[in-house]
Design a protein around this ligand. Sequence first.
Ligand SMILES: Nc1nc2c(c(=O)[nH]1)N[C@@H](CN(C=O)c1ccc(C(=O)N[C@@H](CCC(=O)O)C(=O)O)cc1)CN2
Ligand SMILES: [Mg+2]
Length: 298
Amino acid sequence: MGTGAIIDGKAFAEGLRGRVAGAVAELVRDRGFKPGLAVVLVGEDPASQVYVRNKAKQTVEVGMHSVEHRLDADTSQETLLALIAELNADDAVDGILVQLPLPAQIDSQAVLDAIDPAKDVDGFHVVNAGRLATGGAALVPCTPLGCLLLLKDRLGDLSGLHAVVVGRSNIVGKPMAQLLLGANCTVTVAHSRTRDLAAVCRQADILVAAVGRPEMVRGDWIKPGATVIDVGINRVPAPDKGEGKTRLVGDVAFAEAAEVAGAITPVPGGVGPMTIAVLLRNTVEAACRRRGVPVPGM
Ligand SMILES: Nc1nc2c(c(=O)[nH]1)N[C@@H](CN(C=O)c1ccc(C(=O)N[C@@H](CCC(=O)O)C(=O)O)cc1)CN2
Ligand SMILES: [Mg+2]
């Protein structure tokens, strides 16, 4: 097997943002409303600050209304819930996103479940998770939906393929498994306690790695020709770049895996950029559904 093709998530995300911008322009022109997204950041986590800034910037770039709320790290759950209630009631806000992780004094799921499910553009509310699991009209978590879009773009029909998802988080692993089931894959969910994980991965036509362990999935875990989606974003020391320097790596040992895979997403530039592009798409979808307007093709 030669070197696998690189799946360019950055380019795909750029195309998706262009289609979202087209849909927003159409809604403004023909329906007289502009979708709006509110992002909420609690605390000063540097990575979260970057993500929230990029979300607000890209919201404006596609022509939508953007609202940003930054709260201190010691904000109480009560204060955060009061802000969510305000945003739920604000008609200019179609989507509400609370950046994760939240500080330890806050019960994350309680906050996520306080968001109006119709405005839950992250798809983390228990109602949207339930709808996704039962085939209803859900708002779907952005990262796994981004992975599915990349897979369909690469492979077309996924019916009958064996997909192995490594990781069982509510944010990626579980919704990813639901989406792949919905696309008629045979799905295995593996995790840190799975016995002979390498052998399980070797059965995969589609391998999705979402464990948060740098370069855990090795080249010899991959079936020749498989499509590999690497959700991991791990910052590791890079002494070769100089003292104290770091670099980003995924959950997959990229160079080894690319030798065996049919196609693979890189880190950075693979799944990561899809997350925000899908968030914008979900916001348009939420805005249209709330108003009973057909969702434009994106
Ligand atoms: N409420 C949410 N919180 C978090 C989510 C989420 O979807 N909703 N996902 C992640 C963080 N995230 C967005 O919030 C996110 C992660 C990564 C990227 C991205 O573009 N990554 C780049 C590399 C960026 C870098 O240099 O650090 C890439 O992979 O190419 C965008 C968004 C956790 N929290
Ligand atoms: Mg917590």
